[in-house]
Ligand binder design. Structure first.
Ligand code: UDP
Length: 495
């Protein structure tokens, strides 16, 4: 072991600036700081402003975290001014520019890191930030990759890559049996695309793969009791050390912490709480599709009609960008009035974990983003699965076929395969049927709820003292202690 002590241990956390990546990293920063290490979380001015409440709470509590604001040169990169987070991009056409722009953080980050005395010890960097690899090398820091997605999807992608499936199969809809998975498991390239496996993204993809292959280990937001066999398989396939340390959302114990995650809420949390207090336990369906997936106007209207037909109380989150004149007109032409006694529509950012952890919520209609799934699972919630793209279709399989806590709405194809002017992917009848199946008080619904509750217990135990994720965080800190930068000359400089 080298001469470091946990007091001197300094983690550098470099998230991708997208909500689904930043939110768990902010949780991780607080968790590591609480376990006695110093943390620098790299962010940008717009993102720091969005989590100002958390920054203030950290300051008040004295946790040793620096929120380091690096300038993100939007206009230089070809992005509209202020687009410092993926959910602020005006359209998906800017996505590649956004990823390329992330590299512009390299120089300011290098200046920050080189100015630190003592030198930082260990870097935890998002999979999507391969430009951090040579920086970590330069500073002789171990570099751990933070993986946001489920281990199930990561393992599936890794196996398909290793068995040459992405190169060999040309038809995106050809059924493929994923080799080596613990159970026979059929996918298509469309629903299991791997990361950035699209024309024009070759350089980004190979950079990410290269940086992952040279990383010292992998940190995952999941827990052993949930994905044990996939975690073991992932280790075997990639040869990597893995620390599973989730669900990170469970770090947030009190309501103020839960309400401050990610962004300023569009609705006062007391108003949401009052609304929920007036509902029966487990009677309300929460509907939200994360931070990035955008729902077309005709599909939104169909969702509204399905919710209305279901007769179920609901909270429905619609993003600002989705409130087109067509949607506004439809909402105001009777819908809001007809459902006013049992429906709450939130436009903009919702305090998701506050809502999901309220006893009145009985189900969640989700786009199957991994954070949303873990947050709902930690609250013992069964889910209606409505994947849009990326790893989300695999997460649906995990929920529906493996864990038995999901009801599929029936969307079969990622949204980008569907022409923009085609009819909605799920009709009001599909939605109504999925809602009544999920909220059903009969045997099937009860069994699903029972399984969901058991998983919530396991999730909570993983994060408690003695639980697997709690212990893995200690092991990860120990790894950083043993392998972190320990330059005696630098120590002398610091005397
Ligand atoms: N989220 C939120 N309020 C919203 C929308 C999203 O708090 O109105 C949070 C949600 O709780 C989760 C994250 O944003 O932590 C979204 O991550 P996820 O992996 O579920 O989906 P993504 O947005 O990356 O597709």
């Amino acid at each position: 072991m080298n001469g470091l002590s946990s007091r001197k241990l300094h983690f550098i956390l470099v998230p991708l600036i997208a909500q689904g990546h930043m939110i768990p990293m902010v949780d991780l920063a607080r968790l590591l700081a609480e376990r006695g290490t110093r943390v620098s979380l790299i962010t940008t001015p717009v993102n720091a402003a969005r989590i100002k409440t958390i920054v203030n709470r950290v300051e008040e509590s004295g946790l040793p975290i620096d929120f380091v604001e690096l300038q993100f040169p939007c206009t230089e990169a070809g992005l509209p001014e202020g687009c410092e987070n993926m959910d602020l991009l005006p359209s998906e056409d800017y996505l590649r520019t956004f990823f390329e722009a992330m590299h512009l953080l390299r120089e300011p980050l290098a200046r920050y890191l080189h100015a630190q005395r003592p030198r930082p010890t260990c870097m935890i960097t998002d999979m999507c930030n391969p430009w951090t690899a040579d920086l970590a090398r330069e500073l002789r820091m171990p570099r751990l990759i933070f993986h946001g997605p489920s281990c199930f999807s990561l393992t599936c992608f890794a196996l398909m890559q290793q068995h040459g499936i992405y190169d060999r199969i040309t038809d995106d809809f050809e059924p493929i049996l994923v080799p080596e998975m613990p159970q026979p498991f059929e996918v298509t390239k469309a629903i299991a695309p791997g990361f950035f496996n699209v024309p024009g993204w070759e350089k980004i993809r190979s950079g990410i793969q290269e940086a992952e292959s040279t990383a010292d280990g992998v940190v995952m937001n999941t827990f052993d009791d949930l994905e044990h066999s996939y975690i073991e398989l992932y280790k075997k396939v990639t040869g990597k050390k893995v620390w599973t340390i989730g669900p990170l959302s469970l770090y947030n114990k009190d309501l103020d912490d839960k309400a401050a995650r990610g962004n300023n809420s569009a609705i006062d949390r007391h108003r949401v709480m009052d609304w929920l207090e007036s509902r029966k336990p487990k009677s309300v369906l929460y509907v939200s599709f994360g931070s990035i997936a955008q729902t077309r106007p005709c599909q939104l209207i169909e969702i509204g009609c399905g919710l209305e037909a279901s007769n179920q109380p609901f909270i429905w989150v619609i993003k600002d960008v989705e409130r087109t004149p067509e949607v506004d007109k439809w909402l105001s032409e009777g819908f809001e009035e007809r459902v006013s006694t049992r429906g709450l529509v939130i436009t903009g950012w919702a305090p998701q974990v506050v809502i999901l952890s309220h006893p009145a919520i009985g189900g969640f209609m989700t786009h199957c983003g991994w954070n949303s799934i873990l947050e709902a699972m930690s609250a013992g919630m069964p889910m209606i699965t409505w994947p849009f793209f990326g790893d989300q279709f695999l997460n649906e399989k995990l929920l529906v076929d493996v864990l038995g806590i999901g009801v599929a709405v029936g969307v079969k194809v990622p949204f980008h395969y569907v022409p923009k002017d085609s009819p909605p992917a799920a009709k009001r009848d599909d939605i109504q049927k999925a809602v009544s199946r999920l909220m059903d008080e009969g045997e099937e619904g009860e069994e699903r709820r029972k399984r969901a509750k058991e998983l919530a217990g396991k999730a909570v135990r993983a994060m408690e003292e003695g639980g697997s994720s709690f212990e893995n965080i200690a092991l990860m800190i120990q790894y950083a202690l043993e392998h972190g930068n320990d330059d005696p000359e630098e120590e002398e400089h610091n005397v």
